[in-house]
Design a protein around this ligand. Structure first.
Ligand code: COA
Length: 332
């Protein structure tokens, strides 16, 4: 049975850091950042949130659980969830996994739980995994959470990377349970997913593990131009691949929910697919690149705004560290 997304949630830290704020501590400007990336501000975790991605993931998950309870009163409860998958590359600890800590924080003992790490493609990879588990009949309802506190891995002296990222988390509940409308109708739920990686791209985008050298904090490194070129070539390719597999064309898609890394990347992907920008919703201006959080945060905003109509064909695509990239196609 093809699972559906039955609820979404998101959580971003309260603290807003504008481009002007950044230009006070590094050699950059609002004009440079806006024109090159489309970013105006981002949320940065501080205080307790800085040390606890858990706070962000818990906030996003609680919202999603509440939405599911409201949509299916009397039938949906936390006990319906039998697996939690957390996608992140900035976990609070080497172990336990974020998903296990989340399970305890949400009082959802009894579920299976594990993490998955694929940087900005993490959420798509987690969806892919959840979909496969549900389709195999192993699990029925999966809480998928994506989020990162990238600010703790940024080199605040490197204007090339520091201005691009923000912190945040998003969540989605996938279910194949008939009680939540998850039975396999042709025009509902996940249609197909495609994932790829090119491990030789490590030089272009990486961050060594936090525990590697205690004297020198782990910092992200990025070759911006190379990553840009990779994204504008591979994202349209993987979208076409998943569409071809499903016998669909770009025009059949109602909305493209893409990883939010750079507005110009979205424009370029739209152009290469010969699709209008109106089909590419974005929130990069407000949050920057929130790594594994970006797709589920946008998904949640669109869901709450009522932008998805029953039966709409939606395409999700992520890309980033790996160099990894993937796309998913689903009927809302
Ligand atoms: N403020 C001002 N100047 C900056 C700057 C900043 N924050 N960051 C870099 N620059 C400077 C550089 O030092 C360089 O100067 P130089 O030419 O004197 O050496 C110049 O701006 C770079 O310009 P350019 O290469 O034309 O920038 P760009 O148009 O390629 O944009 C990025 C740079 C990083 C915005 C762009 O390459 C990008 O978005 N790449 C993809 C990044 C990404 O999405 N990563 C995450 C993937 S998940």
């Amino acid at each position: 049975m093809a699972p559906r997304i039955i609820a979404t949630g998101s959580y971003v830290p309260e603290k807003i850091v504008t481009n002007d704020d950044l230009s006070k501590c590094m050699d950059t400007s609002d004009e440079w950042i806006r024109t090159r990336t489309g970013i105006a501000e981002r949320r940065i975790a501080e205080g307790e949130e800085k040390t606890k991605l858990l706070t962000l993931m818990k906030g996003a998950s609680e919202q999603a659980l509440r939405m599911a309870e409201e949509r299916f009163p009397g039938s949906f409860g936390r006990e319906a969830v039998d697996l939690i998958i957390a996608a992140t590359c900035t976990p609070d600890m080497a172990f336990p996994a974020m998903a296990c800590r989340l399970q305890a924080a949400l009082s959802m003992e009894g579920t299976a739980a594990f993490d998955l790490s694929l940087a900005c493609t993490g959420f798509v990879a987690a969806l892919n995994t959840a979909d496969a588990f549900i389709q195999s009949g192993r699990y029925k309802t999966v809480l998928v959470v994506g989020g990162d506190v990238m600010s703790r891995m940024l080199d605040w002296e490197d204007r090339n990377t520091a201005v691009l990222f923000g912190d945040g988390a998003g969540a989605a509940i996938l279910s194949g349970d008939p009680r939540f409308g998850g039975e396999g109708r042709e025009d509902r739920g996940f249609v197909d997913m495609v994932m790829h990686a090119d491990g030789t791209g490590e030089e272009a985008l990486h961050c060594r593990a936090m525990y590697f050298n205690e004297k020198e904090p782990a910092k992200e490194y990025m070759d911006g131009r190379r990553v840009f070129e990779f994204a504008v070539r591979k994202v349209p390719e993987v979208i076409r691949e998943v569409l071809d597999k499903a016998g669909k064309t770009p025009a059949d898609v109602s909305l493209y929910v893409l990883h939010q890394a750079n507005y110009r990347i979205l424009e370029s992907v739209a152009k290469r697919l010969s699709e209008p920008m109106e089909k590419f919703p974005h929130n990069i201006a407000r949050y920057g690149n929130t790594t594994a959080g970006s797709i589920p945060i946008l998904l949640d905003e669109l869901c709450r705004e009522g932008r998805f109509k029953e039966g709409d064909l939606i395409c999700l695509a992520g890309f980033g560290g790996g160099l990894s990239y993937g796309a998913a196609l689903l009927y809302w």
